[in-house]
Each structure stands twice: as structure tokens, then as C-alpha cells.
Design a protein around this ligand. Structure first.
Ligand code: FE2
Ligand code: FE2
Length: 259
């Protein structure tokens, strides 16, 4: 089984590159399942019902989120339709139990979940270790073969530590949130890991945000609205291979397509 995991989709540039590349990438790499982080898909913060439908139409099967999950109120209003979204277990605004999904494929049962890190993420309610232990306890009766975690966190050390500590349970740990792809993809004690998958968003930007505005906001202390950069995008993802007979991942490799 081959899973494509797409890093944080940021704004229109990000959505457009995913829509234009996904069909051919699925064919070229023989992809069985597509998961994407879409916490920034609606103008950098959150997701809307229109964008959810657009991403599903583009060929994404499941969506994970992050600290910006609830930035647009539509996620609660259309929760029933947006049932392929998995939200972070430990987001302080989470109000329902859509923090995991059991994915079944040829007898294999993967539990997909989403966890926030603690460093520099004020939306986090409970630390990642307590949180993931709760997820394991609460889903144990469903007997998943292993967990696939989108670990949405700021620092590389938090991410590596999470994968090392939980490698008996989490056989895939993909980092998101920093929007910059790291070159450390590897199997760690059998867990397919990368610190950060990177983003799909405007290449000439500061992690997706307009450069000029980011300078004005941070250096000149100007009050600004949050403006997403426009223009050609970078596409970042990883491919995870899973041996469905042995029920373990066998490899992880990076994709980065620059304009
Ligand atoms: Fe993000
Ligand atoms: Fe984030």
C-alpha cells in the first residue's frame, strides 16, 4: 500500500498546485490513499466547506488539521459533511470526537490521528505524550494495526522525540506546521518519520505569508491583516510504503516540486 501525505496546503496557490498535480502524481507513483494537512487552506487559516469540497474533488481522501483548525467557524457548522477531516486531539477548542479515523485496506487497519505539540502553540490543551496515550487507550477496542500520526509541532526535537518514544504504536509520524521540508525522513525503529513534510503554497513567501507584509508586521510593528502570498507554489509531500501482509511501513521518501 502506498500513501501520499501532503504538507500544509496554504491559501489559493497551495490549493491550485494540489488540484493541478494530484491526478498525475497518483498515477505516476501508483498511490492508493491521499492524506493532506489543510489547516491553512482557507486564506492561511482554517478551512471552509467550499474548500473542503474542492480538495475532495482534487483526489484527497482524508484531511488533517493543526492549530488553525477552528479559525473558520464552518468546520463546526458543516461537521457532518466534513467527516473526512481529522482534528487535533489536544486542540483547546475541540468539541467532538473527530480526532481519529480507522482506515481499512486489504485487511489492514490504520488509525489516523492528529496531535499538537506544546512549544509555541498556544492552542494546545494537553501535552502530546498524555494526549497520544489517551488516543491509544480510547481507540484500543478498535484493534488498529498501528497509528498514523500527523504531529503538528514547531520544533524538530519534539517531533523526533515523539517518534522515538511512541514507535511501538505509531508506525508513521509525519511532522507538519513549520512549512519547511526537512531532509531527515527515515525508518526509526520501524516508524516512518519526517520532522516536517513542508508546505504547498507560494514559493516566494515567508512560510506562505506575503513577504512585504511579514516585514511590516514584525520589524515595523505595523498592524496588518493576514495576507497570503500569491504566485507559483512549491508542492511538498511524502510517500509512505506499507507492507500490508507484514503490517509495517517499509519506506518513506520525499517529494518537493518547486516552480
Ligand atoms: Fe500550517
Ligand atoms: Fe500550524
Amino acid at each position: 500500500m502506498r500513501i501520499l501525505f501532503i504538507g500544509d496546503i496554504v491559501g489559493k496557490s497551495g490549493r491550485d498546485i494540489v488540484s493541478s498535480l494530484l491526478y498525475s502524481l497518483k498515477k505516476e507513483y501508483d498511490i492508493d490513499l491521499v492524506i493532506a494537512n489543510a489547516e491553512n487552506s482557507a486564506h492561511g487559516k482554517g478551512i471552509t466547506i467550499r474548500i473542503y469540497r474542492q480538495l475532495m474533488d482534487a483526489g484527497i481522501d482524508y484531511i488533517t488539521m493543526g492549530n488553525h483548525t477552528y479559525s473558520k467557524a464552518e468546520i463546526n457548522k458543516y461537521m457532518e459533511e466534513m467527516n473526512r477531516i481529522i482534528v487535533p486531539y489536544n486542540h483547546s477548542m475541540r468539541s467532538s470526537d473527530n480526532y481519529y479515523k480507522i482506515i481499512e485496506y486489504k485487511g489492514l487497519k490504520i488509525c489516523l490521528t492528529n496531535i499538537l505539540g506544546t512549544v509555541l502553540i498556544p492552542e494546545t490543551s494537553i501535552d502530546q505524550y498524555t494526549s497520544f496515550n489517551h488516543v491509544i487507550e480510547e481507540t484500543a477496542s478498535l484493534n488498529p494495526d498501528f497509528y498514523f500520526v500527523d504531529f503538528h509541532a514547531e520544533t524538530t526535537a519534539e517531533k523526533r522525540l515523539f517518534a522515538e518514544y511512541f514507535s511501538d504504536y505509531a508506525k508513521v509520524v509525519v511532522g507538519t506546521h513549520t512549512h519547511v521540508q526537512t531532509a531527515d525522513e527515515d525508518l526509526i525503529n520501524g516508524c516512518a518519520f519526517i520532522s516536517d513534510v513542508g508546505m504547498c503554497g507560494a514559493y516566494e513567501s515567508i512560510i506562505g505569508r506575503d513577504i512585504d507584509e511579514t516585514i511590516r508586521a514584525n520589524i515595523d510593528n505595523e498592524k496588518t491583516v493576514y495576507t497570503i502570498a500569491e504566485g507559483p507554489a512549491v508542492f511538498c509531500a511524502v510517500i509512505i510504503d506499507i507492507d500490508e501482509n507484514k503490517r509495517i511501513p517499509t519506506g518513506i521518501s520525499r517529494i518537493q516540486i518547486r516552480p
